[in-house]
Design a protein around this ligand. Sequence first.
Ligand code: 16G
Ligand code: MG
Length: 556
Amino acid sequence: MALPSTISTAQALVGEGLPATLITQASDAHPKPQGHKFTYGTAGLRTKADTLDSTCFRVGLIGALRSKKLGGKTIGLMVTASHNPVEDNGVKMVDPRGEMLESSWEPFCTAIANAETSDELVASLEKLVAHFKVDLSAPASVVVGYDTRPSCQTLVKAIIDGLSAMGAQTIDAGLKTTPQLHYLVKCLNTQGTDEAYGEPTEEGYYKKLANAYIKLVSGKGESAPLTVDCANGVGAPALLNLTKYIPAEHLSVRALRTATSSPNELNHGCGADFVKTNQCLPAGYDKEDVKAGERMCSFDGDADRIVFYYLKGPAGAKESFRLLDGDKIASLAADYLSELVKVAGIDLELGCVQTAYANGSSTKYLKQRVPVTCTPTGVKHLHHAAESYDIGVYFEANGHGTILFSASAQRKIREASPGSPAAQGALEQLSALVDLINQTVGDALSDMLLVEVILRARQWGPEEWDGAYEDLPNKILKVNVKDRFLFKTEDAERRLTSPAGLQDKIDEVVGKYKDARSFVRPSGTEDCVRVYAECAIASELTPLATSVSKLVAEYA
Ligand code: 16G
Ligand code: MG
């Protein structure tokens, strides 16, 4: 695909204040659904697509203001509802270095999305401008991407109306995976500098990943086929495009669930969320000739998340399904990178970041090898924590994650003088891995290639990878409550502080089971409370999880 096209150029703002007349006129064409409450949550604003028009228009306005606040740096807006059904949609903001929107802006986004009238909207924008001291005469630049949902077209139009009302330069990046949009934002903001991240085009993204991958796997033998479930989403065309840059001897992919022109198929019975939640193959895979020992993986609907799996025995037998989730990817990557750093002979601290959802066995395994931190759920929390290590490996169990190399780690890798041929080889690999791994956000395509690289280097199939540790049986239940905001947590969501007394009751229940752990947290994306439970004995899992859920329901 070609360079993103500039679809509207900057329009100077007249006077000192907000262009209130332009905003009001444009806003009248994007009325807010009366009484509807929006929240900027873990992954932006997300809900039913047919209620999101006003929100998208307003996010356009905010995106322009964020860019102005940062002196005209390019901000990203991604329209997607990830693993959710096709009727849903959402929009999230990406900051200039490719990371999530600075969290102090989130409450303002919520307030602006909820302003009932155009006048209230202007007033809430003025509050943001005053609070963050936004210089309205600064230029603004915003790049917009979207996934395969049919609702994206009108929502993008609403965003563009918002951007135009603010006179922002708008770059329409078109159909993109979420991580591609993050990549573009970082490239656009670093081009021409010492930290240039890459060519700011989709093609540049494929070339960067493919070149690094080819360097890493060359001379390591032919690749056995990898079956990829693309969730019938944007990951399908992206995977197809990526493979054009990688010779088949290096990556042999069987792409399934690629029906992007059948909208209702998006994430339907397939995708990373389906596989992780149900701990089974995508629906219909038993008829797809999948074989025991074959590597398989699933993307989610916007391709920022991946899980792997394989069958130990015949397809159809539930017990033969083995999941290799985000925790298993983290352990594979942390082990491999630690070894490379050691062989390279450089002094770098590698650490791992997980959330409370990480399987207890994975945490135990990792803690025996590297420092491990736990953060609340949501990519932004893990990402920031990972920045405190020289090499920060972060993964949520659900398959969101990546690896960050600090600027000084990258310099050390570039400038080290190797003491042996082995050290030189390790340094070359580390340097290629810096390019292979998307440093802006978890990326299904990039993570898929990373796993392929490590398995090839180790000459491992999925079974050897799986052998690192045995997951404790676990499940997540959803409890519908009247007000999920009554549930407040501490200690990286591992304990409840409110409702009063509930945590003690949970502790009491958990104490009855062997090696058990359970926690309760309000969802950041849905109107419910989630209950996680794990324990040593499989037959005790359901009683444990249902007892904790009952306690929650009694308090709700
Ligand atoms: C969002 C988050 C994901 C988190 C999930 C939890 C991003 C990009 N995505 O999808 O990291 O695991 O929410 O959902 O941050 P929940 O709060 O509904 O359990
Ligand atoms: Mg996603």
